[in-house]
Design a protein around this ligand. Structure first.
Ligand SMILES: *[C@@H]1O[C@H](CO)[C@@H](O)[C@H](O)[C@H]1NC(C)=O
Ligand SMILES: *[C@@H]1O[C@H](CO)[C@@H](O)[C@H](O)[C@H]1NC(C)=O
Length: 363
């Protein structure tokens, strides 16, 4: 983790928006599995499913992401991680079928640990795309998934208790009073004049600062806070699917939904073109639909490498300090990655490789 962190801080300090990339050509022989990060076990599970058992791309994505949920990949996928302000863990997941363009997703889902399976139930057994909150939980349980389940773990509760002891800092609030302690929070304008004037007297500190200007708050965005698994599979038939699963941002405001369950943001697939997966500061990335951008750029003829770099650059131009990455995979098995603000890794398994291979992309 040390080189990763060193690279991360280097990126934060570097003023220029340096972008780097790798691109690797495949021979176009399916199947292939690609995933964000070095989630080797998840990729192995998807590979076994699609290669050994001949599963469809959608089923392999479900198997791969489920493995990550069970393993609690990095503590940021599945139950037991990323407590919100109230200490609760909620889950976001998405699955997309690049043949039919069908999408199923759940967001801020409580009490049910099988997030990607819940997303698949939405896709397969409703006409909808996205179900949220407790209603998503009720749906998932009614369709046969286990629950209600306590999604907290000893670790997530401990993390949350420590955060409370640290005055609930860092947090995702802005322009509120109190700025440096636990809530309840009020709008700045509506706060009592006594509090307002005492704040102004205390050095004229503006509550309107970005995450990255404050070392304390910058800590909130790091490798263990935005490690969404986003996975793409091309099956033996050449069909493409993508899936994502995450427990979101640690100490998020309850109700927050990130990029994970948003089609076109954390993942997108189209059999005619390829697939894309994204990870990073979801609150910013979802404003740009980077994976939709990647697919449409490749449709217009860009290589995966250029499409990935272009999608990241579009965000970096507006948010030079954002942290994020995408991988792009075209329908011929050519893959590439691009990142900004941190070092990125993605994992690939195809029939030439003896095992999962991890590719590193530096900003
Ligand atoms: C598998 O990936 C490797 C590295 O990306 C590439 O050299 C090889 O050609 C690929 N094999 C197939 C069958 O696509
Ligand atoms: C859920 O699990 C956590 C961690 O084990 C525990 O602290 C908490 O009390 C549990 N909540 C309920 C409602 O059982």
């Amino acid at each position: 983790m040390a080189p990763k962190l060193a690279s991360f801080f280097f990126c934060l300090l570097s003023i220029s928006s340096a972008l780097e990339l790798v691109e690797v050509h495949g021979s176009g022989i399916y199947p292939i599995v690609v995933s964000t990060w070095s989630f080797r076990e998840a990729v192995r599970a998807a590979w076994k499913s699609v290669n050994d058992y001949g599963s469809s791309a959608v089923d392999a994505v479900i198997d791969g992401c489920s493995a990550c949920e069970e393993l609690r990949c990095d503590g940021t996928v599945g139950p037991g991680g990323s407590p919100d302000e109230n200490g609760e863990t909620t889950l976001d997941a998405l699955v997309m079928d690049g043949t039919t363009m069908e999408v199923g997703a759940v967001a801020a889902m409580r009490y049910v640990k099988d997030a990607i399976n819940a997303a698949k139930l939405v896709m397969d057994h409703t006409e909808h795309t996205l179900l949220v909150g407790e209603k998503a939980s009720i749906f998932a349980i009614s369709m046969g998934l286990p629950g209600p389940t306590n999604l907290s773990s000893a670790e997530s509760i401990e993390k949350w208790v420590k955060w409370k002891e640290n005055n609930c800092l860092p947090n995702f609030r802005k322009n509120v009073i109190p700025a440096k302690s636990c809530g309840p929070y009020h709008l700045y304008d509506h706060a009592s004049s006594v509090i307002e004037s005492s704040c102004k007297l205390a050095g004229g500190e503006s509550s309107e600062k970005t995450w990255y200007e404050d070392g304390n708050q910058a800590n909130i965005i790091g490798y263990h806070n935005h490690d969404t698994i986003s996975m793409a599979v091309i099956d033996k038939m050449g069909h493409i699917a993508v899936g994502t699963s995450t427990n979101g941002a640690t100490f998020k405001v309850p109700g927050r939904v990130g990029d994970g369950p948003i089609a076109g943001s954390a993942a997108y697939a189209d059999d005619e073109v390829g697939a894309c997966g994204a990870t990073g500061d979801g609150d910013i990335m979802m404003r740009f639909l980077p994976c939709y951008q990647v697919i449409e750029s490749m449709r217009q003829g860009m290589t995966p490498r250029h499409a990935a770099v272009d999608a990241i650059s579009r965000i970096a131009r507006k948010y030079p300090d954002f942290v994020g990455a995408v991988f792009a995979l075209d329908k011929d098995g050519v893959h590439a990655g691009a990142c900004h603000g941190w070092m990125f890794q993605y994992s690939v398994r195809n029939s030439t490789m003896k095992d999962v291979q991890v590719f590193t992309v530096v900003p």
